[in-house]
Write a protein of this length. Structure first.
Length: 134
């Protein structure tokens, strides 16, 4: 979940999502894909209500950054993105770069739908993910 610097750039407004939209998208993907564990990385502190909203729905929530003293952030981030079954992100350049190595697609939260499925081969042509290629 990337917000801090995205919020300061007007052109990235389509990549900024409220907690409610993130929660809706996470719950829908987990339901459709029968997932029981969610790993969250964010450039902001994840609020307790966000975590409890997922846990109440039967999901185990892992925030690896809390273990940062054991391993570097980049090692943790790369490992989870590379090995993750499904990636829901707001298309940060770092996530997209790593995702290209091991994934065919990513999922993007959506203000209108539950989420959007984006094939990485076309992400550079698809709005709003193309914003990070401009």
């Amino acid at each position: 979940i990337r917000r801090a610097d995205f919020l300061d750039v007007k052109e990235f407004s389509q990549l900024n999502f409220s907690d409610e939209i993130w929660i809706k998208s996470i719950l829908k993907i987990c339901s459709l894909k029968s997932l029981k564990k969610v790993v969250i990385f964010s450039d902001e502190i994840i609020q307790d209500f966000f975590i409890s909203s997922l846990e109440i729905n039967g999901l185990e929530v892992l925030i690896p950054e809390k273990d940062i003293q054991k391993e570097s952030f980049l090692n943790l981030f790369f490992s989870y993105v590379f090995k993750g079954s499904y990636l829901l992100c707001n298309s940060s350049t770092l996530v997209l770069s790593i995702a290209f190595l091991s994934h065919e697609k990513i999922y993007l939260p959506s203000k209108e739908k539950d989420f959007e499925e984006i094939l990485l081969d076309y992400a550079h042509n698809y709005y709003p993910t193309l914003l990070n290629w401009c």
